[in-house]
Design a protein around this ligand. Structure first.
Ligand code: PXL
Length: 275
């Protein structure tokens, strides 16, 4: 028998292609040495060419999944990804309070405000964006939007360090403890600079930009690596720094799969020579 590892819960959608969503979260949790648990919100039908459609899970079943694992197994940190509908978002917000997960409880909660896939396919019904802002932002220990999500959530265009800081301030108005404005989609910047802030500290995390189109699941993998570090007891700035190191390697070692966009890879953390 081994010691029980720390646990992390992902509340997100399934990606049949295995590169993003629940599948990315679980393999990242595994690579980071925490026990992953899931509350599935939607089942997408997709491959490397895009999302062909999705079926959402009813809100009661999402709630029941969260309560089942939180009550019995315990959750050291949680994250959300694809939430699909305003009804699911409302149910998740209420349930997180009931099981004491979130910025004002002892258990950190990372909100990855997923709105669309890399191909631009919607993963969130339009009216649900407002629910993310009002119901989930105030409960989040950390929110991790990319620049497209920043524009949808605030109307602000991020093109440089100054507008990135303005976006962080605007997002903090919605009530999260910390925000990480990811700079990866500023494609003319030769570096990948993310800005982390709680309104007092403004920390720039500078990393290399890897020239690859195979970045499917990158946002999910970063948020999951951060969640895993939070589950192990790191504070938000240290967990984000660890997550940034993790995603840099995962992007550097991404691979082609199918005719479209291949996934980032958390495999680098595992023994490569296993037969
Ligand atoms: O990477 C965002 C994302 C999250 N969740 C699911 C997805 C995607 C992107 O395609 O399919 C289920």
């Amino acid at each position: 028998m081994s010691a029980t590892p720390r646990t992390a819960l992902t509340i997100a959608g399934s990606d049949s292609g295995g590169g993003a969503g629940i599948q990315a979260d679980l393999r990242t949790f595994f690579a980071c040495g925490v026990h992953g648990m899931t509350a599935i919100t939607a089942v997408t039908v997709q491959n490397s060419l895009g999302v062909q459609g999705f079926a959402e899970i009813d809100a009661e079943t999402v709630t029941a999944q969260i309560k089942a694992v939180a009550g019995d197994m315990g959750v050291h940190a949680a994250k959300t990804g694809m939430l699909a509908t305003a009804e699911i978002i409302g149910a998740v917000a209420k349930t997180l309070d009931e099981v004491h997960i979130g910025r004002d409880a002892d258990v950190p909660f990372v909100l990855d405000p997923v709105a669309a896939s890399m191909h631009g396919d919607a993963l969130l019904r339009e009216e649900a964006l407002e629910a993310i802002r009002t119901e989930l932002f105030p409960r989040a220990s950390l929110v991790t939007p990319n620049l497209d999500e920043v524009r949808l959530l605030t109307g602000l265009l991020v093109t440089d360090a100054e507008s990135q800081r303005a976006a962080a301030n605007a997002l903090l108005e919605f009530g999260p403890q910390w925000v990480l404005v990811k700079g990866g989609h500023m494609y003319d910047d030769p570096r990948c600079v993310d800005l982390l802030s709680d309104g007092v500290q403004y920390v720039e995390l500078d990393g290399p930009r890897h020239e690859t189109e195979h970045t499917h699941g990158g946002g999910d993998t970063l948020a999951s690596a951060i969640t895993a570090s939070l589950a192990k007891g790191l504070g938000v700035p240290d967990a984000v720094a660890a997550g940034k190191r993790f995603i840099e390697r995962a992007v550097a070692e991404s691979y082609p799969l199918g005719a479209g966009i291949g996934p980032v890879s958390p495999f680098w953390r595992l023994a490569p020579e296993t037969p």
